[in-house]
Design a protein around this ligand. Structure first.
Ligand code: HEM
Length: 417
């Protein structure tokens, strides 16, 4: 697998300063606050006065020669690997000190599952050549499993971010994870926000430190850090609050985005999923803490759910950066293009067995073929974090961690619908 990676030096100035947590999406949600509601316009202007440290850092990973950045090219700041190790260590400590109090031990993020549903991923015919990459290379239909989740909260009435994690099955070819090269899966992971709340790993470390403090600290530490998350004007906290400010009525009736880019052949893309709602009534209002599962259940008793799967091609490496997922790629300059249909048939999905199967799955953007592999610093961090947290979660829960095959999941596809 060929990679176009350039290393650029960073000054030793990269020290920590402000602190907050990424997973704080959950926090925001757990601590409802009117201030958490940031307007849509605010989210777009990610301009947002970065700190001196972040600014300096970003200048240094920006290539010096104008026009010198290739499409899909990655820039790995010196020191990033050590920062990723810090994020992994902090995450692992939260798992040992906080997550282990629950049985079974939940995911480190997105712990509340609304449901795992079976679906079909139907690739469009006649796609233009540049889009025909990886699983999109020809018109074909994949069986898929989709897990819907909250970012943090156990109560669906709280503001939160929401996840949609798609796993295609029966995907042939070598995969990019060295430890799972023979896996037959391709994952697409998304949240209900077009951008992520942190530019790079450097800025993620202090956020993770705050999350660690909230999860493992004493009463005072938790309170102080919680306030910081709710009130700090720093860009990370503002975007975190915006990301976690959603209160949807159904996971099947909202749009989701990858926020981070992936390769698309020799170029780069972001992807998104948009619900097709023609003929579908809005869900009934509910105050149940499990209202998102109930809304999914009611919808899938009567109607299939259809989503368009869209990709947005990177056309300008400067204004559509690979290394900064807080930058929303301009939809006017590079519109999202439909490349597949996701069909979730009428079904019931709430059996204990199926819910447990979903809990024991592992999703990571690194379950991917080379032509669709994840790009950018935040994804480089996710590689180590998801692997470590999921492996330990499975070990502690006494269940094997293995990517499912089509035959192992055949019971999903042999049901009536
Ligand atoms: C450095 C940044 C990030 C870190 C450290 C992180 C960490 C994690 C961890 C530890 C998990 C649980 C893994 C497991 O136990 O199996 C997870 C799940 C998840 N993350 Fe992230 N994440 C990051 C960035 C993102 C981004 C950019 C997105 C945007 C799409 C995202 C969306 C999700 C979703 C939807 C899940 C749940 C997947 C499922 O259903 O299993 N995360 N994340």
């Amino acid at each position: 697998m060929k990679e176009n990676i350039r290393r650029v030096k960073l000054s030793a100035k990269a020290a920590a300063r402000l602190g907050l947590t990424p997973l704080a999406v959950g926090l925001l949600l757990a601590v409802p606050c009117a201030k958490a509601q940031i307007k849509e316009a605010d989210m777009k202007s990610v301009e947002d006065k970065p700190t001196a440290v972040a600014d300096d850092h970003l200048r240094r990973i920006t290539p010096i020669t104008p026009g010198g950045i290739a499409l899909g090219e990655e820039y790995i700041p010196v020191g990033e690997e050590a920062q990723i190790d810090q994020v992994v260590a902090l995450h692992r400590d939260v798992q040992e000190k906080a997550d282990r109090k629950h049985t079974p031990i939940p995911r480190g993020q997105h712990p509340k599952q609304h449901g795992l549903v079976r679906a079909q991923f139907i690739v469009e015919p006649n796609l233009p050549a540049p889009l025909r990459q990886g699983v999109l290379s020809k018109p074909q239909t994949f069986q898929a499993l989709i897990r819907f989740s909250n970012g943090r909260s156990q109560n669906d009435n709280n503001r939160d971010a929401h996840g949609m994690a798609i796993k295609l099955l029966g995907v042939k070819g070598e995969k990019v994870l060295e430890t799972e090269q023979d896996a037959q899966t391709q994952d697409f992971i998304m949240i209900d926000n077009p951008i992520f709340f942190v530019k790079n790993v450097h800025d993620y470390v202090p956020l993770m430190r705050s999350f660690h403090r909230v999860a493992t600290g004493n009463f005072l530490t938790k309170g102080f850090t919680g306030l910081k998350i709710l009130l700090s004007p720093n860009y990370k906290y503002r975007l975190l609050r915006a990301t976690g400010s959603k209160r949807p009525e159904s996971p099947l009736q909202i749009r989701y985005w990858s926020t981070t880019p992936s390769r698309l052949g020799s170029g780069a893309m972001k992807f998104s999923v948009r619900p097709e709602l023609a003929g579908i009534a809005p869900p009934a209002k509910s105050k149940s803490k499990d209202k998102l599962r109930l809304a999914m259940s009611a919808h899938l008793k009567q109607h299939e759910a259809i989503f368009d799967f869209l990709v947005q091609l990177q056309t300008d490496p400067d204004t559509m950066p690979v290394e900064d997922p807080t930058a929303q790629w301009d939809d006017g300059a590079a519109p999202f293009i439909k490349v597949a249909t996701i069909r979730i048939p009428i079904q019931s999905f709430e059996s204990k067995e199926q819910m447990e199967f979903g809990e024991n799955l592992s999703f990571t953007p690194w379950h991917a073929v080379a032509d669709l592999r994840p790009l950018g610093g935040i994804n480089r961090a996710r590689k180590k974090v998801y692997e470590a947290i999921s492996a330990r979660r499975h070990e502690l829960n006494g269940v094997p961690m293995a990517e499912p095959s089509l035959s192992e999941t055949s019971h999903f596809w042999t049901r009536s619908q």
